[in-house]
Design a protein around this ligand. Structure first.
Ligand SMILES: Nc1ncnc2c1ncn2[C@@H]1O[C@H](COP(=O)(O)OP(=O)(O)OP(=O)(O)O)[C@@H](O)[C@H]1O
Ligand SMILES: [Mg+2]
Length: 374
């Protein structure tokens, strides 16, 4: 039986371990907090810092393969492990490129992958030289997540909000739709593409609001989206699972926003809605089994369960019983004991082939189910 490690024990690690239970595999998990969402689901929990070289190297040296649930891991340790024969999903070279938004944008440019125009900045003071480039979005090179580390700069007055660290200044795209495409890539380069997903955002929190699968796109735009997402993954030259986030602008141009080299929030519906989920797919890839079937069984929507404003403390899920009475609805609570405003606490998947029914139930859930405190 293979020994496989996961770096990071949040909800992605948790759902990955739920899928691992179906396969002959020994799982190892490293995370700082032994009460993290994934801790009780692995065979072997190792307490450690995923950003620390020694910790990651010692964790990995006797394993057959390692995967990640978050990009902020020690890539140098993964490179050393790879050179000693441990398989890493994604490859450290691909992870290094993606982890830093500056390198990631340069990678798109170098490979002629459409993406919004950009300028690299080192300090906030440089922004005054780029007033003509506004409106734009300033993004820190490393360490951003869930929209933190992303700042909209509309006018020259906004440049006081710029980041004083290496960052990219991207032209603001007038977005018609945000789309995500998940693709699994096997060791031999064979790939499996999931139907694209419509992501609808909450402007206020910059956090995902709800999403629909499959995305409602014309054939022509869908074709562009899939071709571009496949090119990103092909050029990354790494096995693993990838989520490519794209913008469709008002003229139906398709631009890559960013890529995640791991299982992704936009693919959680695949647990119930597709024959092989993104988590199942990653195990098939790591264990060297045939790729799974990405076809949808039914259309789906996902609503994220986010910690309510003004509630910090032991989580309580108000309205849960009412939601569980709906027969095409599936609840996933991530097992985080503490809630705080904006924290991702779970998600709800709705299944239906009717887009109107998906939107109706998504809104019903958003008005019924709340994460508050006991
Ligand atoms: N160039 C752009 N033009 C217009 N809107 C943008 C641009 N870049 C980012 N955004 C908006 O900001 C959101 C967050 O940006 P991005 O995905 O780069 O950040 P992130 O912190 O990695 O977010 P997450 O972890 O949620 O994916 C995007 O989903 C999009 O709505
Ligand atoms: Mg994003």
């Amino acid at each position: 039986m293979k020994n496989i490690g996961i770096l990071g024990g949040g909800q992605l690690g948790r759902m990955l371990l739920q899928a691992a239970a179906n396969y002959p595999v020994q799982t190892f998990l490293m995370e700082n907090d032994d009460h993290c969402p994934a801790a009780h689901l692995c065979h072997h929990f190792i307490k450690g810092d995923i950003k620390n070289f020694e910790d990651v190297y010692n964790f990995g040296k006797n394993l057959d393969a390692i995967t990640i649930e978050i990009e902020s891991v020690n890539v140098d340790a993964l490179e050393k492990l790879e050179s000693e024969g441990v398989k890493i999903y994604p490859k450290p070279a691909a992870l290094k490129l993606i982890k830093n938004k500056i390198l990631q944008k340069q990678f798109y440019k170098l490979n002629e992958i459409p993406t919004s125009e950009f300028i690299i900045t080192q300090h906030a003071a440089e922004l005054k030289e780029h007033i003509n480039f506004l409106p734009a979005v300033h993004k820190i090179g490393e360490g951003g997540y869930d929209g933190k580390g992303v700042q909209l700069l509309k006018t020259k007055e906004d440049i006081t909000k710029a980041f004083d660290e290496p960052a990219i200044l991207e032209k603001l795209v007038t977005i018609k739709k945000e789309i995500a495409v998940i693709i699994g890539v096997a060791d031999n380069g064979e790939n499996a593409l999931y139907p694209s997903i419509d992501m609808v955002f909450d402007q206020r929190l910059n956090l995902l609001d709800y999403q629909l699968s499959p995305a409602d796109l014309s054939d022509k735009v869908l074709w562009k989206v899939e071709a571009i997402a496949l090119k990103v993954v092909k050029d990354l030259k790494s096995p693993g699972i990838f989520a490519v986030e794209l913008f469709v602008d008002m003229d139906d141009n398709v631009l890559v926003n960013e890529t995640a080299p791991r299982v992704h929030n936009s693919g959680h519906h695949t647990i119930e809605a597709n024959y092989s989920s993104q988590f199942d797919m990653l195990w098939r890839i790591i264990l060297g089994y045939p790729l799974g079937n990405t076809q949808p069984i039914l259309g789906a929507a996902i609503v994220n369960l986010i910690g309510e404003e003004n509630y910090t403390g032991n989580a309580h899920y108000e309205g849960l019983e009412e939601i569980l009475k709906i027969d095409n609805v599936f609840v996933h609570i991530y097992g985080k004991t503490q809630t705080k405003p904006g924290r991702k606490m779970g998600h709800v998947t709705i299944l239906s082939n009717e887009k109107q029914e998906l939107i109706h139930q998504a809104n019903r859930i958003k008005h019924t189910l709340f994460v508050k405190t006991v």
